[in-house]
Design a protein around this ligand. Sequence first.
Ligand code: SF4
Ligand code: SF4
Length: 312
Amino acid sequence: MAIALSILYRGPLASCNYDCHYCPFAKRRDSPQQLALDRQQLERFVYWVQQRDAVTNVLFTPWGEALIRSWYRDAMTTLSRLPHVERVAIQTNLSCSLDWLAACDLDTLGLWCTYHPDEVDRQRFVGRCEQLSERGVRYSVGVVGLKEHFDEIEMPRKELPSNVYLWINASKRDADYYTAGDVDRLASIDPLFELNNRRHQSLGHACHAGESVISVDGDGRAKRCHFIEAPIGNIYDPEFESALHAQPCTAKTCGCHIGYVHLQPLDLYSVFGSGVLDRIPDRPVTRDDAKRRLRTFGQKADHTIQVSTTGL
Ligand code: SF4
Ligand code: SF4
């Protein structure tokens, strides 16, 4: 019997139709050869998931925008309908058509939608979110917390349905980027903001990554997470699962939601539950959920490394 796994998949696709000034993939184009390789590798991955005989959950974390490519929409549709896939999610700027969602199992599919105020009119973005709600699609919405966007960050909270979680990714390029007032303002929108506004000192602490969560590249190369480069094997090797085991984190810090959500001392599975991959809390969250975890884990902020771009 195979092991239940959550997989963060990132193929070679590295292009985007948006032009966010802080992103290295802005308006980048992939060659036809790169796109063909990305498609071929994704289709191989989907086939591999189809053949598994254990729960397999997937979050696509492309470098650029993937849902404008038909093969990602097809992959989401196919995976959502597999009985052993409980969640398939993708990070997206939500610029794609939405009609393909009609063919998906909406109990399984989730969208991690990032709002880019410089790239899309807010009314248009909120309108697309309303269409998701009307279709019964699970989704979270988020923004990067740049100071120049503070007003634009507050407005979607007023306009989106109250049950839609709106997350804010902290800008960590500059130490002390936020004043205490800024933090209060952003935490009034995303009660978990303070958990994102630091790099958690993860070294030596238990993490699900490497045991029940892995990161996979287009060629099948697996790492325990996106942030620790050492490979642990290749999923297309029949003996691959023997490499999976409980292991403490070997990185000094962990600062992205897609990493620290698996860091066991933070106990965020009890907050997100079945929404760990699509960043949708299973229950209403309060600022105290963040503060209590930071107190318990004995954190001090460490802003030394992170550059957050695409909604991590
Ligand atoms: S941040 Fe996201 S939407 Fe913006 S250019 Fe980068 S990949 Fe595209
Ligand atoms: S805490 Fe973060 S960096 Fe460490 S293993 Fe887990 S996901 Fe990777």
